[in-house]
Design a protein around this ligand. Structure first.
Ligand SMILES: C[S@@+](CC[C@H](N)C(=O)[O-])C[C@H]1O[C@@H](n2cnc3c(N)ncnc32)[C@H](O)[C@@H]1O
Length: 308
């Protein structure tokens, strides 16, 4: 449940707040159980007994909390299953694409690539969160290689793979000119994982043309539902720009539609010039209240200092 390992740090705060520390930490250690003799004072024995009571009370509290959390988890899981899970969600997304935005988002990517004179026909792309191998970019003749992945593949041309667990490239042939993250980052439930996902994109991009202003690759096509930046307490477009800049990206194209926002970001800084050095980024982005107020959502992206 909690990420940090070790002692109280790993417990939910609700539990920790109810836990009282016994005066001695561990029964049976130096404090005297083993050495206890008839001569032990009654004060000393009372301390040991009280400590054990406290530990047992803490244990019972924790077990009750774990049971409650496990019940809540089971309810959430059964609700997900009742709604058909990811599979039904994806089928609804495929059906919903045309109605929602007059075609799939890759149409905008292709328009932009053409506008930017990216007509090489030899581009490679990694499409993360791919629902269909028949979308616009698959029919546009700009790409000579498209690798499509999804957590739950809907067809054989889409590989079932979690981008977060994809091994990093070991050579140029495993890198891509373009990565597409269309409506995927908002799908990731944990804000720090959203940041990690964006960070990981740079690992998979080709480093060729990095500082060549005349080229539009390597680049990232990034799409979010508009309310993620227009109506979130903790995120706005400026924050997205800061995060992307800190990762070495500069904005090439932007389009705001009624429900979605699209960006094309060029990865244009040599690794030694970026803010990422030795797996540490100098700028960190936390859950800062940027737009306080009611009727707002809580979408945000956390970019942590230390990255894998
Ligand atoms: C809302 S759909 C978007 C699909 C499509 N890209 C679009 O723009 O319509 C989000 C998809 O992202 C996929 N996804 C989320 N996290 C992922 C990850 N870590 N690796 C691969 N796919 C992921 C989900 O399985 C889901 O199919």
């Amino acid at each position: 449940m909690a990420k940090k390992k070790g002692g109280l740090l790993s417990m939910p705060r609700s539990i920790v707040s109810k836990i009282t520390r016994p005066k001695i930490d561990t029964i049976g250690e130096k404090s005297g159980v083993k050495k206890m003799t008839k001569s032990a004072s009654s004060k000393h024995t009372r301390t040991i007994i009280r400590a054990l009571h406290t530990l047992m009370k803490n244990k019972a509290l924790m077990e009750a909390e774990i049971q409650a959390l496990s019940n809540s988890l089971a309810t959430i899981e059964s609700n997900i299953a009742l709604n058909g899970g990811l599979d039904v969600y994806q089928k609804a997304s495929i059906l919903g694409q045309d109605v929602r935005r007059g075609g799939d988002s890759s149409k905008i990517l292709v328009e932009w690539l053409k506008e930017l004179n990216c007509k090489s026909k030899s581009l490679s792309m990694l499409e993360v969160g791919c629902l269909s191998s028949k979308n616009f970019c698959s029919r546009c003749n700009l790409f000579n290689k498209i690798e499509r992945i999804d957590l739950n593949s809907q067809e054989p041309l889409v590989k079932q793979q979690d981008f977060m667990k994809r091994p990093y490239p070991t050579g140029k042939e495993e890198e891509f000119d373009i990565i597409s993250l269309s409506l995927v980052v908002n799908f990731v439930p944990i804000p720090a994982d959203r940041g990690l996902m964006l960070y990981k994109t740079v690992k998979f991009l080709s480093k060729e043309n990095l500082s060549d202003d005349t080229k539009c690759t390597p680049c990232l096509f990034f799409v979010l539902p508009l309310p993620c930046v227009s109506n979130s307490r903790y995120c706005n477009e400026e924050r997205i720009t800061q995060i992307m800049n800190s990762l070495g990206y500069s904005l090439l194209k932007r389009k705001q539609a009624t429900k979605l926002i699209y960006w094309l970001w060029k990865y244009d800084r040599k690794p030694d010039m970026t803010t990422i050095k030795d797996k540490t980024i100098t700028s960190t982005f936390k859950k800062d209240q940027l737009n306080p107020g009611g009727n707002r959502n809580n979408f945000h992206i956390i970019l942590e200092n230390k990255l894998e």
